[in-house]
Write a protein that binds this ligand. Structure first.
Ligand code: SF4
Ligand code: SF4
Length: 135
């Protein structure tokens, strides 16, 4: 079994197609949607973790590309600019897996890479642009 984290960009006319249904039914894959911004008639974006046989994942990716979906590798790490961070905690409040936490005593920002799903919520939330994704 293999796991790939994919960053999918949908052209406006494809945004509402049941893509994940096809990944399950046609390729036997298990998609786990980490983040999605999909609206009818607009370009959509989805961050998805796909589990399955490596060959099936490759076929699934080819299917997506054939459907006009832009398939990119998702981020594999986040980088914190400590000079910019003011430990306001906004990023921790949007981090659902609690990969980012503030220590009670020193209000130090901690990052647990094992918990992070690279959803980008913290990147968007940070008013100081102190967090960036690394690919
Ligand atoms: S939101 Fe930005 S400035 Fe605030 S704690 Fe998080 S990284 Fe630091
Ligand atoms: S990208 Fe940021 S908000 Fe999303 S899980 Fe990782 S640390 Fe949390």
């Amino acid at each position: 079994m293999a796991l790939r984290r994919l960053d999918l960009t949908f052209p406006p006319l494809q945004a509402t197609k049941p893509i994940t249904y096809h990944l399950v039914k046609d390729f036997g894959l298990t998609p786990n949607i980490l983040r999605a911004q999909i609206q009818p008639g607009q370009q959509g974006r989805m961050l998805v973790e796909v589990t399955g046989a490596k060959a099936a994942i490759d076929k699934g990716i080819r299917f997506l590309e054939h459907e006009g979906v832009l398939v990119g590798a998702a981020a594999s790490d986040i980088v914190l600019d400590e000079e910019q961070c003011v430990t306001c905690g906004l990023c921790t409040s949007v981090c659902r897996p609690e990969a980012l936490t503030l220590t009670d005593d020193t209000r130090e920002l901690r990052f647990d890479k094992d918990q992070c799903v690279y959803c980008e919520a913290c990147v968007i939330a940070c008013p100081r642009r102190a967090i960036t994704l690394e690919f």
